[in-house]
Design a protein around this ligand. Structure first.
Ligand code: GDP
Ligand code: MN
Length: 396
């Protein structure tokens, strides 16, 4: 589950990580109240307005703006709230901004220049450890840093059973070129950030930029946080944070009926039982020249009702030119699944106007093939993987 910047910063702040202070609003009439609160709490005179959408690169798209007076602040808030923000990470239509975060300005002048760094924490699946990735090149798109100056990105693996050790935090502060007060602040920042990542069960923290202020404080200016969906059951406190406006409507519908559905860009819809077989089926579609339109694991019970629900979900995608059903009959008998498909087809009448290729393998596969071959609909049977692949090539 992806979080908005303001939600990510809330998690950080709760764990003692220094963040740029701010409040989120969805009604522009609340602007002055928030501004006055920030003035009281932080002493700031300038403010930053930040669009809250699930996409990065907001600064480049005009979704992050500095206001140097209350009047300017009100104008910027009413410009950004309700706009369709286009960034390098959104589609060309952009994303509707429903909320903005109003923060204190933390790039104030002082003894030294403010400095931006990059810090992220993620799971390194190769080593089975948490990895802290960091760079002196903060505030920029990290993909281009990796492309052009990979030597400026550092990595530190942290053993999840031991946790972050003091020497690791010091090494990071040292490699970022810090000394004195900023060095100490950075070691504290990294240690708390790591603890916050672990106790929120996150799979990604990306803080870009981490700022060294002109008076040597270290703080998170941005926060991209992804919570591990598998851990959400033990974090009821984050349940209400899910922003359905940011999620794919078909995926939301699928989740509600207990189907595992992920929307993709291709033209062949798939309906499969078991995540492993679903992945193999997607490979098969690609190898035969098609592109999968979705990942869909219907689970163990592929009865008529469930098959029908799955068909309806798949057909919402206008790009779908054919559907490949690939079911292994282990616990569920193939003939029952075949009957389920025929019943679903019957119920749905002429809403299905694309070919369906059905591969049923396992218990009673031959009987199932007979049912499919004799049903009189545009449903094609295939028993071997290769037959299914050839049919896709022929039809798409
Ligand atoms: P992103 O563009 O979506 O990654 O959004 P960020 O939260 O990273 O903000 C973009 C940029 O806005 C940062 O890299 C900063 O340069 C700038 N910015 C953020 N906060 C402040 C602030 O308090 N004062 C000033 N002057 N600039 C800021
Ligand atoms: Mn950023």
């Amino acid at each position: 589950m992806n979080l908005h910047e303001y939600q990510g910063k809330k998690i950080l702040a709760e764990h003692g990580v220094n963040v740029q202070r701010g409040y989120v609003i969805s009604d522009k009439n609340d602007t002055l109240d928030i501004a006055n609160k920030l003035i009281k709490e932080t002493g700031t005179g300038w403010f930053v307005v930040k669009a809250q959408i699930h996409a990065g690169g907001r600064g480049k798209g005009g979704g992050v703006k500095l206001a140097k007076s209350l009047n300017e602040l009100e104008n910027i808030v009413s410009d950004i709230l309700g706009m369709y923000l286009v960034t390098p990470q959104t589609s060309k239509d952009g994303k509707l901004v429903n909320q903005v975060l109003i923060t204190e300005d933390v790039y104030y002048p002082g003894e030294s220049e403010p400095e931006e760094f990059y810090v992220s924490i993620l799971l390194n699946r190769v080593t089975g450890k948490n990895m802290i990735m960091y760079s002196t090149e903060g505030g920029m798109d990290i993909e281009s840093v990796a492309e052009n100056t990979p030597e400026l990105i550092f990595y530190e693996d942290v053993d999840p059973l031991i946790g972050i050790l003091p020497f690791q935090a010091r090494k990071i502060a040292f490699n970022l070129g810090l000394s004195g007060k900023a060095f100490k602040e950075m070691t504290k920042f990294i240690t708390l950030l790591y603890k916050s990542y672990v106790s929120s069960d996150s799979s990604l923290f990306e803080i870009n930029p981490v700022l060294k202020t002109s008076d040597e404080k270290i703080m998170a200016v941005d926060a991209k946080v992804t919570l591990d969906d598998n851990s959400l059951f033990r974090h009821k406190e984050y349940e209400s944070w899910r922003d359905l406006k940011e999620e794919n409507p078909v995926e939301i519908e699928a989740r509600a009926v207990g189907l595992n559905y992920v929307d993709l860009d291709g033209n062949v819809g798939c309906m499969v039982n078991g995540a492993g077989l679903a992945m193999a089926t997607m490979d098969l579609i690609k190898q035969s020249g098609g592109e999968p339109a979705n990942f869909l694991d219907v689970g163990g019970t592929a009865d008529a009702k469930r098959v029908e629900t799955a068909f309806r979900l798949i057909l919402k995608d206008e790009n779908v030119k054919a559907i490949l059903v690939n079911i292994f009959g282990g616990i569920v008998r193939c003939d029952r699944v075949a009957q389920g498909i025929v019943d679903a087809y019957n119920n749905m009448g002429d809403t299905i106007n694309i070919p369906i290729i059905v591969r049923l393998q396992g218990t009673n596969a031959e009987i199932a093939k007979d049912i499919i071959d004799n049903c009189g609909f545009k449903v094609y049977s295939a028993i071997e993987f290769q037959e299914a692949a050839d049919k896709i090539q022929e039809l798409v």
